[in-house]
Design a protein around this ligand. Sequence first.
Ligand SMILES: *[C@@H]1O[C@H](CO)[C@@H](O)[C@H](O)[C@H]1NC(C)=O
Ligand SMILES: *[C@@H]1O[C@H](CO)[C@@H](O)[C@H](O)[C@H]1NC(C)=O
Ligand SMILES: *[C@@H]1O[C@H](CO)[C@@H](O)[C@H](O)[C@H]1NC(C)=O
Ligand SMILES: *[C@@H]1O[C@H](CO)[C@@H](O)[C@H](O)[C@H]1NC(C)=O
Ligand SMILES: *[C@@H]1O[C@H](CO)[C@@H](O)[C@H](O)[C@H]1NC(C)=O
Ligand SMILES: *[C@@H]1O[C@H](CO)[C@@H](O)[C@H](O)[C@H]1NC(C)=O
Ligand SMILES: *[C@@H]1O[C@H](CO)[C@@H](O)[C@H](O)[C@H]1NC(C)=O
Ligand SMILES: CC(=O)N[C@H]1CO[C@H](CO)[C@@H](O)[C@@H]1O
Length: 792
Amino acid sequence: MASSFVILNLILSSFLAPISAVAGYVNYLHRGSSLSTKHASDVLQSMDGTFSFGFYNLSSTAFTLSIWFTNSADRTIAWSANQDRPVHESGSKVTLDKDGSMVLTDYDGMVVWQINSSTEAVRAELLDSGNLVVKDQYGGILWQSFDHPTNTLLPMQPVTATVKLVSTDLSHPTSYYTLRFDDRYVLSLAYDGPDISILYWPNPDRSSWENYRISYNRSRSGVLDKLGKFVSSDNTTFYASDWGLEIKRRLTLDYDGNLRLYSLNESDGSWHNSWMALSQACEIHGLCGWNGICGYTPMPGCSCPPGYVVSDPSDWSSGCKPVFNLTCNSDGQKMSFVRIPETDFWGSDLNYVMSTSLQACREMCLSSCSCLAFVYKVYPNGCFLKSALFNGKTVPGYPGTAYVKIPRSFLSSQSQASASELANRLHVCNASKTQTFNYTAHGSKGMGTMWYYLYCFLAVFFLVELCFIAFGWWFMAKTHSARSAMWAAEEGYRIVTHHFRRFTYKELQKATRNFRDELGRGRYGSVYKGVLADNRMVAIKKLKDVKQGEAEFQTEVSVIGRIYHMNLVRVMGVCSEGSYRLLVYEYIENGSLAMFLFHGKGQLQWQHRYKIAVGVAKGLAYLHHECMDWIIHCDVKPENILLDQDFEPKISDFGLAKMLQRDQADPSMSKIRGTRGYIAPEWVSSLPISEKVDVYSYGVVLLELVMGLRVSELPANGSGDEGAALRQLVWTVTEKIKTDDQTWIDGVVDPRLDGNFVRSEVLLVLELAVLCLEKERNQRPNMNHVGQKFLS
Ligand SMILES: *[C@@H]1O[C@H](CO)[C@@H](O)[C@H](O)[C@H]1NC(C)=O
Ligand SMILES: *[C@@H]1O[C@H](CO)[C@@H](O)[C@H](O)[C@H]1NC(C)=O
Ligand SMILES: *[C@@H]1O[C@H](CO)[C@@H](O)[C@H](O)[C@H]1NC(C)=O
Ligand SMILES: *[C@@H]1O[C@H](CO)[C@@H](O)[C@H](O)[C@H]1NC(C)=O
Ligand SMILES: *[C@@H]1O[C@H](CO)[C@@H](O)[C@H](O)[C@H]1NC(C)=O
Ligand SMILES: *[C@@H]1O[C@H](CO)[C@@H](O)[C@H](O)[C@H]1NC(C)=O
Ligand SMILES: *[C@@H]1O[C@H](CO)[C@@H](O)[C@H](O)[C@H]1NC(C)=O
Ligand SMILES: CC(=O)N[C@H]1CO[C@H](CO)[C@@H](O)[C@@H]1O
């Protein structure tokens, strides 16, 4: 009897699978059937259409298995099975196996995620609530996505003792914020960092009682109801500002550590914020990392105390590091303190002494090696010695003053924490923070290399940002009487949106004083110096020959606008009005590498040249392998490598090739881009262009860095063939490298260096250069390998 049931079931499911678009969307998946990345129609939809389940495209090649809001404009993800390990475009699928388990496999059959159950599942169903349930033959629930939330809770999805929201999303894989019941059974927001774990909501300075929480209620559960009220067993209660309406909502722990409740506006698919846990961004712990200080100017931002510098400008949450060495008094190092008013460093208390004088407090800190700072509160007189600086915040009116210990010798060169340091800490892509994926070269024309694809996903960042903009506007328009607390937080959204914005033509005209100060002219148009209304210096590029429509152009630019890497020139904004297409770039002080190498702008020491070689490799590796929509630069040359005041290279003009290619009417024209002397041999053949063309150009740049002359303009030796001189040079260097004697290097290196260089480094650069200049592109290393060579 049972077996015939199974057979019937199998027959049925083979008829029902695969899901086809013809029958419209269904909300279930039968045993034996699967959804694949191949068919866009392979999506389950809840009966009422609110939620969809299937493969969510992060880019054209990377997918996650997710549940998303069908009707939100940006397809906001509510749940993801594999957000830290997306799968490849072709051949990935999720199957409800014959043996009853649900398995997500990558293109190569590797199991990325699976549901473990001892009982056979016969059906997976997406419910109207957004819950994906896997049922057995009796309709019992074997597994449900509601038990495994990612960063979002949906209405009626309980948060329980075993459930934890984690703020990590696709673009912020290392965010340490969590929402969970703490060990007193109070629902809390916590910073669960690698070396510290602290709760910051509800207010950690108060007892549970004072926070209106009930501790140690063992039920440990809470739920948001359909009307927008959240209640949990610890008496955490809050209401959506639009409470009472049955709207689609989500409660999301955003990557910035704030818990927010959003409502969907179904008419335009936007989200607006209807509640948030913390209205003051600086109350969120860990925002500015170790030694950092959060403050409002009035936008929330981070700064470093005097004597400290930011560890990673692209990521303020990595904090600040001291530029001095703190040794103990025993060796005679004289210590002093810098005073930072209205500032506290929460936690890390070494000692607390009541009713003491400032002088006594100071002495106490001086006499203790482990005291890094103290906070002195005037009323009640209190002295807090700090063993570490974390959760620093400057709040106007705060009744305490922080005194940070630094060597006296250092005090003279002290710099004030300036508002300009309150940089935008929200970065988009950071290679070392993203998950590494290991794909074998797949379908890429037999290139035997291993590819390390690192994805950096902007999608979710983009969604959140859109929400913020939408909310900001909605909120300002709607409630002018907004509480001031709300305002400060709203400013926080502006800083998010601030780093990439649309400009009007008028604004840019004004910034450049009607395009008066031309910095240079390039392939894509002229560049002008400008000063924005907020006094930031920018370089404004007026693009020519962009025939793209406005919308298409904006989309394209918003992609490059979200790329943020130390070695890439940052695009701060765009203007697209009528026929005008302008890009606003950060201003890079030192101009281009070409000016230094070929136009006598100044001396470039070897150490700078080496730094440039490494930096450009990192920047290119990033473009090629780490960002969404891998970008081929197509025109790597010293003119497009800008240098900041520390000679850190920044690549400019990336992403433009693609943009301009779109509308090239003449396909043969679109093929030959790049600059003579830097273009790889395959440009002129009919091979499709791959990122290896950039590797080739990079090889030329390496040679130029070493030799200090335009390799592309080497006198042709008789044959008249343009590339011949370069090939000859490459061949010679290749041969020389094989020999043991290294004196030949002195003859190759730029004479302007006057012998001041590190021979082993020069050798490494030359070795890489000839590798990159391999005629056969498959023989060239990829930029990740080049980067690794520099590190090893
Ligand atoms: C994902 O696919 C949709 C349609 O299938 C498309 O409109 C969208 O641009 C794609 N998104 C990305 C990031 O590729
Ligand atoms: C299933 O079990 C494997 C190994 O025990 C585990 O790694 C995986 O996370 C489990 N999957 C789910 C969805 O719980
Ligand atoms: C529960 O919370 C409400 C308001 O949020 C408060 O009025 C009430 O006193 C709290 N109950 C307890 C026992 O703390
Ligand atoms: C504990 O929480 C449950 C569920 O919210 C509630 O019914 C119960 O009354 C609470 N117990 C106490 C002692 O407050
Ligand atoms: C929803 O969006 C529409 C169109 O943008 C707007 O007119 C309406 O006011 C919005 N509704 C809410 C509740 O924000
Ligand atoms: C700090 O100490 C390290 C190693 O002990 C040394 O390399 C570095 O130069 C010192 N820095 C300063 C600012 O004295
Ligand atoms: C990638 O996979 C290959 C073979 O499976 C392995 O040898 C290599 O170490 C992996 N690389 C990384 C970075 O995991
Ligand atoms: C490109 C970039 O900014 N990379 C940084 C990523 O974060 C690590 C650690 O925080 C830094 O060391 C990198 O410089």
